[in-house]
Write a protein that binds this ligand. Structure first.
Ligand code: KG4
Ligand code: ZN
Length: 341
């Protein structure tokens, strides 16, 4: 069974094809991605209308490219999957429109996929895929959640952010430091030259006794520190970047360990853009090794948004009996809880 996946929820257009047999992890045949980062950079963040228009330009050429790389033609595709939500409404409509029109023209069924489910399952495309059940730390630009995952579609929310997401904390702090967009990778690069102990930043909700997060206060603390300095030199910025990264990572690591303890599970999956962060990976690896917990990450290239995770999530749902729809009028869900997917 060949599944074509289309991702267009935010600022990356991704298309991919996976091949799935009745059981076993689906195999990625080809994937292609166009990032809109250069286009949005001038505005310091994603401009939704520009994002939608660019998805329109990119999606069909990308689909042609992946089919070519996989040595397939459209008629070989069995199911077409697309990101149904959450995300930017206009951007989602492009992927949904293309996927559903293509499916109608080909007489093939479609399946709408939850974007976070894509992230959550993306480590299954890595060379050392996880096994169920596991604790998942989902850290993307808009979400920070800890989940207990028993199987595809069996998600129990253990805790989540009550305000900003971890990725947002990276992005907003980076913006305050003038590091541009997207801030996470830029802040992480600068942090390598800084001394985190030069600034004391809060670890919000670290001792809350539950698995919720809060990062809005951290961004405010970064702003306060910047205002306190009369002249911000490059070393100050690097130190503040290092301190910010350390604060975010410490909270993510401590809460993940608490979730493992609470569930008694010995497996952790880290997914979403912030999962690319090297400090987060090294600290989680070290702490989990001490506790004999296995940690799984997606391939670095599949940490941020991509079509492969959407095709994969659809294929894994189909393996478990999901019924794709024929002639579906397309709909999107800009706001959508994963536990309700
Ligand atoms: O999962 P993702 O690509 O998009 C969403 O679904 O939101 O995540 C994007 C987020 C952004 O906030 C970005 O700054 C962050 O992931 N990010 C990083 C790194 N790479 C991407 N944050 C910290 N360190 C990184 N290396
Ligand atoms: Zn994402």
């Amino acid at each position: 069974m060949k599944v074509l996946g289309v991702e267009s929820s935010c600022d990356e257009t991704g298309v991919a094809v996976v091949d799935a047999s009745a059981s076993g992890v689906p195999r990625l045949l080809a994937h292609a991605l166009h990032s809109q980062i250069d286009m949005h950079q001038a505005y310091g963040g994603v401009v939704p209308e520009l994002a939608s228009r660019d998805h329109i330009r990119r999606v069909v050429p990308l689909a042609r490219q992946v089919l070519g790389e996989a040595g397939l033609v459209l008629g070989d595709i069995d199911v077409i999957a697309y990101t149904r939500g959450p995300g930017l409404a206009g951007a989602l409509l492009v992927g949904a429109g293309v996927a559903c029109s293509l499916a109608a023209a080909l007489g093939k069924p479609v399946l709408g996929v939850h974007h976070l489910e894509g992230h959550l399952l993306s480590p299954f495309l890595a060379s050392d895929p996880p096994e169920f059940p596991f604790v998942a730390l989902l850290v993307s630009g808009g979400h920070t959640q800890l989940m207990r995952v028993d199987d595809v579609g069996h998600y129990e929310l253990l805790g989540e952010t009550i305000d900003d997401a971890a990725g947002e904390a990276f992005d907003k702090s980076a913006k305050l430091m003038g590091l541009g967009y997207p801030g996470g990778p830029a802040l992480a690069r600068l942090a390598a030259f800084g001394d985190p102990s030069a600034f004391t930043l809060p670890r919000p909700l670290l001792h809350s006794g539950n698995l919720d997060f809060s990062f809005a206060g951290l961004k405010t603390a970064v702003r306060t520190q910047l205002l306190r300095l009369s002249n911000v030199c490059e070393q100050d910025k690097a130190n503040l970047a290092a301190a910010t990264q350390e604060a975010i990572v410490e909270v993510l690591v401590r809460k993940s360990l608490a979730a493992l303890k609470q569930t008694g599970l010995k497996r952790l999956v880290v997914a979403g853009g912030v999962g690319a962060n090297a400090l987060l990976r090294s600290q989680l690896n070290a702490e989990c090794a001490k506790r004999e917990v296995r940690v799984h990450y997606p391939e670095l290239s599949l940490c941020t948004d991509n079509g492969a995770m959407i095709a994969l999530a659809a294929a894994m749902r189909l393996q478990r009996g999901a019924k794709p729809a024929l002639n579906q009028g397309f709909d999107v869900r800009p706001r959508w809880e994963l536990a309700a997917a």
